[in-house]
Design a protein around this ligand. Structure first.
Ligand SMILES: [Zn+2]
Length: 446
């Protein structure tokens, strides 16, 4: 009897130990919101950050990785239209007054709207989303918004707008069309700590239609805490003051704004009024392929101004801690603090400037520089040699970014999955019938 009990305890212990993941210790330059730690250690234990600092003790069973790079929080994308990211860059020959303008153009309908609808009607929505999530992850993004609902969300990227464990996060492209019943539901969610993301004043800074949306939103009582305005290119200085007073946030998509409207949001007014601002790509046809490229674009735009509006640390905050604040998750995501969810990005350091200022490296990197992406403490994507150390090689699939081989793991996805190559082929075949081709994962500077 005693012997049987002994075996039972051993079995129980073995099950417990096997069920636990081995801790991972990442060594490199660690970026915290207000300082960096050279040669620091980030310890990941069971999907969470166990410890972070210059001198922390590493458990005996940990996998130790000397990254020789910069370690930062996974990027948080609060504005995207994921399924549209299968399309290559759209280069319109004119600048538009507002989003209502280009959405009526036959060229938009032919190149984007009709093929998109065609693929959705062919039942390829989940494949479109899978491709877009992989694209986001190759850009260091770990959390996305703008996803389709289940069953397409299968545990690859963190789908913020479809995850009840993270609270209620709503995303509505056209809030002025919201019926009263929906508005009541929205208000209930906002009053219980939820958040709402809406497109407002998307157009050129002097477009009257776009500017008028702010007044209409105010009249609908949507200038309230928990709401964030996407774009706001036509907003005036007073509007930013009103937003700050009402604790309303801003999502800034500079590349898409400049390509469609020839200008972008009055960021100076937003920052001066302390409106919490996050940066996001919008979509890849006119915005960036993903957040890393959008950070790079914003840093370059900022460098071209007569007086720079922000430094690299502040800009990185717009893709990490600020978006976390806007979804009320700043105690769980957006920084490398003990106890936080282990969504982590590792970038390689390439030159002296990036070694001297690691925040510069984070805002001037490209997808080639992504060494590793962890979501929930699990290695999802990265350089092949690093991925092999963290993931069973049978779960790895290789893909190429700008001529460099990387590896991706779909082990976290629920249910049986086709290979990524199959997903790509399916989309390519379908797009061919609409005279389109599948966008590359990265435009590689084009
Ligand atoms: Zn948008």
């Amino acid at each position: 009897m005693l012997q049987r009990l002994y075996y039972f305890v051993i079995l129980l212990l073995a099950t417990y130990v096997l069920g636990q993941e081995r801790p991972i210790a990442l060594i490199g330059t660690i970026l915290l919101p207000d300082q960096s730690i050279n040669n620091g250690t980030l310890l990941i234990v069971n999907g969470h950050i166990g410890a972070v600092g210059a001198e922390i003790s590493i458990p005996n069973n940990a996998i130790i990785l000397h990254t020789h790079g910069v370690i930062l929080p996974g990027l948080i994308d609060l504005h995207n239209h994921l399924t549209w990211n299968i399309f290559p860059r759209w280069k319109p020959l004119e600048e538009f007054g507002s989003r209502y303008d280009w959405q009526q153009k036959p060229i938009y309908k032919t190149l984007l709207e009709s093929p998109h609808r065609g693929l959705v009607e062919a039942g390829l929505s989940c494949e479109m989303q899978r491709y877009a999530e992989v694209k986001a992850i190759t850009q260091g993004t770990t959390s996305v918004i703008g996803s389709l609902r289940r069953p397409c969300n299968r545990g690859l990227a963190r789908n913020l707008d479809d995850d009840p464990t993270l609270g209620q996060i709503l995303y509505d492209v056209f809030p002025l069309q919201m019926i009263d019943m929906k508005l009541k539901e929205v208000n209930d969610i906002l009053s219980s700590n939820g958040s709402l993301f809406i497109h407002v004043a998307e157009g050129s800074p002097n477009d009257a239609t776009a500017a008028r949306e702010f007044l209409m939103l105010k009249a609908r009582n949507l200038l309230i805490p928990g709401v964030s305005f996407i774009h706001g290119v036509a907003l005036k200085e007073n509007d930013f003051r009103a937003m700050a007073n009402a604790s309303v946030g801003l999502i800034w998509s500079p590349r898409s704004n400049l390509e469609l409207y020839g200008d972008t949001t009055n960021l100076e007014a937003a920052l001066e009024n302390h409106v919490i601002t996050a940066i996001a790509p919008d979509w890849s046809p006119t915005g960036s392929d993903g957040l890393l490229s959008e950070l790079n674009f914003a840093a370059t735009w900022n460098a071209g101004l007569e007086y720079s509006l922000f430094d690299d640390r502040l800009l990185l905050g717009m893709a990490t801690i600020n978006p976390a604040k806007l979804v009320h998750l700043e105690k769980r995501l957006g920084a490398l603090n003990e106890g936080y969810l282990a969504d982590v990005l590792v970038l390689q350091l390439n030159n002296n400037q990036s070694k001297l200022n690691p925040y510069w490296a984070a805002t001037h990197s490209t997808p080639e520089d992504v060494s590793l992406v962890l979501i929930d403490g699990k290695a999802v994507y990265g350089n092949s040699e690093i991925m092999k150390e963290l993931v069973d090689s049978t779960n790895l699939e290789s893909l190429e970014i700008c001529g460099i081989e990387k590896s991706i793991s779909f082990a976290s996805q629920n249910g049986p999955q086709p290979s990524f190559r199959q997903t790509q082929q399916l989309l390519k075949n379908a797009l061919r019938h609409w005279g389109r081709t599948l966008a590359p994962l990265s435009e590689c500077g084009n």
